[in-house]
Design a protein. Structure first.
Length: 218
């Protein structure tokens, strides 16, 4: 039986993933590194309530078979670009370095569709830099998911979420053929794909929304 590490378990995708791992008999222990409790009472779940910006201080606890990194903030939540980068770049990269140091061979991270190392847009460039630094660790099985707009019910801004989901569903009708990767995607779908990816170990390292949906159905 396996041990998994989950980062970002209080967010939409990470929370859904945690629920799925708890129900999966292949997992004995799920270590959750988080700034606040998930509220999950399963005996499988071992929470480390920490400042995630100090993750590198928990090397001896960061031991598992697989790492699922679902960390991410938004420009709306985190207006300070320095703080934003310390979260969206710093935490995943630190996690990848710890995984490499501790011999963890499977590392998955949720990035974003617009990730681009050379982008002039700060947020896209940050995601691109994160991906590049994660890949530099040369972890044997590394998977970077680049979903488009993620749909789902979050705790905050329920009205805005409902409106956004409606617009996204409408726009999806026009995204066909090679544009399918730009379709919005449910957090539930991403969570299922993450769990499947570590079993299937696909050839691709960078996985877009259309492929994420395919993997979630396998």
């Amino acid at each position: 039986m396996k041990t998994a590490i989950v980062l970002g378990a209080t967010g939409l995708t990470g929370g859904l993933l945690l629920d799925k791992l708890v129900k999966d008999d292949n997992y004995k222990i799920i270590k959750v590194f988080t700034r606040r409790t998930t509220g999950n009472k399963s005996p499988k779940v071992k929470e480390f309530i920490i400042d995630l910006l100090l993750l590198d201080q928990f090397t001896t606890d960061f031991i598992a078979d697989e790492v699922f990194c679902c960390i991410g903030t938004t420009a709306k939540k985190t207006k300070d670009k320095t703080v934003y980068k310390s979260i969206d770049y710093g935490i995943p990269v630190t996690a990848a370095k710890l995984a490499k140091a501790n011999g963890i061979e499977v590392f998955t991270v949720v990035s974003a569709m617009g990730a681009n190392l050379k982008s002039s847009v700060f947020y896209n460039k940050t995601k691109g830099e994160m991906e590049a630094s994660v890949l530099e660790q040369k972890i044997k099985h590394t998977y970077i998911l680049r979903p488009s707009l993620i749909k789902g019910n979050r705790q905050e801004s329920r009205l805005g979420e409902d409106i956004g989901n409606f617009i996204a569903n409408f726009m999806n009708l026009f995204l066909i053929g090679s544009l399918r990767k730009y379709r919005s995607i449910k957090g539930e779908t991403i969570a299922t794909a993450l769990k499947n990816i570590v079993v299937l170990k696909p050839a691709e390292t960078i996985i877009f929304s259309n492929k994420i949906k395919e993997i979630s159905k396998l």
